[in-house]
Design a protein around this ligand. Structure first.
Ligand SMILES: O=C(O)CCC(=O)C(=O)O
Length: 316
């Protein structure tokens, strides 16, 4: 079991990125520009962010036909230093430089990744320290294959993720250690939010994350139904901060993202939310809200593992 990590107030910025098109260089250029804007765009109401987040699949069009074309080899091994200079990934190099130049923690959304050993493709999130180190990755664990008759069919359509992607098989978090330690942050990607066990394991005794952040890209069918509901549910049932960062909606592309990048506090209150256009959403994360939620509604000490199993028992 991990010891309880530090949790201090910090500022979060979600980039609801627009203009993601066919040109990867242009996608990266625009993302870089928006990272700068997020860092300098604070105000009295929204102080300079400590952590900036990009959405799912931010350097590529979304869909299984695009993943092999845009995929990059990352080659990250947990607990081993990663050499950015010899990375084969153009996107990793850009994100590392951006984090270092801006002096900010960066959860660099997700990108299609090709594993150098197996050749398999993954939907992978990467995280950078303000020194530009690649400190964590998360390969999407649950692939997005759904079929709602008459509404939306990703199964066997050009968007069906498992046509080309493989599922990750590890749970991941990162600590904002060293010179400015503020939280332990659990990772997931989009459809992962539908599986409460993943959030539960990250938030509870396995790792004690206080904040869970999932780069995402819901759509205009399931977005209005479940986007907010799922985030508030994961926040309340684990008494943690929960956030998903979406691309902006672009009706010129075949995939219409829902937008509404959001931050929810441990009581289930939506404390920040975008519309559907390009935007930067700022939120102040206050540990006292988590402490008060857990003190006032002490489900943590009231669970009845003599009646039902503790499914979060696995230690990350
Ligand atoms: O779960 C949903 O409704 C949407 C999931 C999704 O868009 C994704 O995983 O990319």
């Amino acid at each position: 079991m991990s010891s309880a990590p530090a949790f201090k107030p910090f500022n979060l910025a979600l980039i609801q990125l627009g203009q993601v098109g066919t040109d990867k260089d242009e996608n990266l250029r625009h993302a870089r520009e928006m990272i700068s804007r997020a860092v300098t765009g604070g105000s009295d109401a929204h102080p300079r962010p400590d952590l900036v987040v990009l959405p799912e699949c931010f350097n590529s069009l979304y869909g299984h036909l695009h993943f092999p074309v845009y995929a990059e080899t990352i080659g990250f091994t947990p607990d081993k230093p990663y050499d950015i200079a010899s990375s084969e990934s153009q996107t990793v190099k850009m994100l590392s430089a951006a984090a270092k130049e801006e002096g900010v923690w960066l959860l660099g959304g997700s990108i299609p990744e090709r594993d150098a050993g197996t050749g398999k493709l993954y939907n992978t999130a990467t995280v950078y320290s303000p020194q530009g180190e690649l400190v964590a990755t998360h390969r999407k664990v649950h692939l997005f294959d759904i079929d709602i008759p008459g509404k939306i069919k990703f199964k066997a359509s050009h968007l069906f993720e498992s046509e080309t992607l493989s599922a990750g098989n590890t749970l991941n978090y990162f600590d904002t250690g060293k010179w400015h330690e503020f939280a332990r942050i659990g990772l997931g990607i989009c459809y992962d939010v539908r599986f409460p066990e993943l959030a539960m394991t990250a938030a509870r005794q396995g790792s004690c994350c206080q904040v869970l952040i999932y780069p995402s890209a819901f759509n205009t069918t399931t977005g209005p139904l479940h986007w907010e509901l799922l985030q508030r549910a994961r926040a309340v049932d684990n008494q943690v901060f929960f956030s998903m960062c979406s691309p902006a909606r672009d009706l010129k592309q075949s995939y219409h993202a829902w937008g509404h990048s959001m931050v929810v506090d441990p009581m289930g209150t939506v404390i920040a939310e975008a519309g559907d256009e390009e935007a930067i959403v700022f939120a102040q994360i206050d540990p006292k809200v988590l402490q008060d939620a857990r003190a006032g509604i002490p489900v943590t000490t009231q669970r009845r593992f003599d009646v039902y199993p503790d499914v979060s028992k696995r230690v990350l």
